[in-house]
Design a protein. Structure first.
Length: 231
C-alpha cells in the first residue's frame, strides 16, 4: 500500500470518527484533497485511491496541471485576483475564496460568457487576523445580498481559514463562529443564497471543524506529506 493510500485511509477514518462523535453522517462531509505544490503524478495516484475533489490555491498551478490530471472536481481555495478569473472559470467546480462583491461581479461576467452558473463560497475572516483574506463577519449579510443579485454566480455557503495553532478552544470558537454566521444568514432567506456548505478544517484541525458542522474539509499535508515550496 502506498503512503498516499495509507494516509487517505487514516484521514477518512478520522472524518468518520469525528462525524460519529457529533452524531453526523460521514457522507455529509466531503474531503477536498489539497494538492498545491504536488505534481500531476501524485495527484493521479490520489485519484486512483478514491479522491474525487482536489483543492488548489493558485490559478497558475491549476493551469499547469489541468491537462495532466485525470478527471476530478477542481476547487479553488486560495485568494483570487479579478484579472485571473478568466483562466479558471471553465475549470472549477467551486470557488471557496470569494472575498469581495467586485470579485463576484467579475466571476459573474466571465461565467455568463460560457453559460455557466459558478458556485462560490464566501471566505470569512472569522479569527480577525490581519494577515488573512476574507470578509469581516459583520459585513457578510450585506455582501450576500449584493452578490445574490448576480445571475451567474450562486453562493453555496461559507469558508474560513483558522489560525495555525493547537489551541483547541480558539479553533472551536472560530469554527462555531462560521457556523453561527451561516445560520444567521440562512434566517435572512435571501433569494439565490444557500448556506448548505461550510468549508473549514485543515490537516491540523479538521476533526474540530467537523464537530462544529464542516461539510467540506481541506486536507493537504495529511494526505501528501510535508510540502516543499522550494520547487
Ligand atoms: C494549503 C491549504 C490547505 C491545506 O493545508 P494542510 O495543513 O496541508 O492540510 C487548506 N486550505 C487552504 C486555503 C490552503 O491554502
Amino acid at each position: 500500500m502506498s503512503y498516499i493510500e495509507k494516509n487517505l485511509l487514516e484521514v477518512n477514518k478520522k472524518i468518520d470518527e469525528a462525524a460519529r462523535a457529533s452524531n453526523r453522517k460521514t457522507d455529509e462531509i466531503k474531503l477536498i484533497a489539497v494538492t498545491k505544490t504536488y505534481g500531476a503524478d501524485l495527484i493521479n495516484e490520489a485519484i486512483d485511491c478514491g479522491v474525487t475533489d482536489i483543492g488548489e490555491n493558485r490559478v497558475q498551478e491549476i493551469m499547469e496541471k489541468y491537462d495532466k490530471v485525470n478527471p476530478v472536481r477542481w476547487h479553488l481555495i486560495g485568494h483570487l485576483q479579478k484579472n485571473k478569473v478568466k483562466y479558471i472559470i471553465d475549470k472549477v467546480e467551486l470557488i471557496h475564496s470569494v472575498d469581495s462583491v467586485e470579485l463576484a461581479v467579475e466571476i459573474d461576467k466571465k461565467a455568463k460568457k460560457i453559460d455557466k452558473i459558478q458556485k462560490i463560497l464566501l471566505e470569512v475572516n472569522v479569527s480577525g487576523e490581519e494577515s488573512k483574506f476574507g470578509i469581516e463577519p459583520t459585513n457578510c449579510i450585506d455582501v450576500c445580498r449584493e452578490i445574490s443579485l448576480l445571475e451567474n454566480v450562486k453562493i453555496m455557503g461559507l469558508m474560513t481559514v483558522a489560525p495555525f495553532t493547537d489551541d483547541e478552544e480558539l479553533l472551536l470558537g472560530v469554527f462555531s463562529g462560521l457556523k453561527g454566521l451561516a445560520e444567521k444568514i440562512s434566517q435572512e432567506n435571501i433569494k439565490n443564497v444557500s448556506m448548505e456548505e461550510l468549508s473549514m478544517g485543515m490537516t491540523n484541525d479538521f476533526p474540530l471543524a467537523i464537530e462544529k458542522g464542516a461539510t467540506m474539509v481541506r486536507v493537504g499535508t495529511g494526505i501528501f506529506g510535508k510540502r516543499d515550496y522550494t520547487k
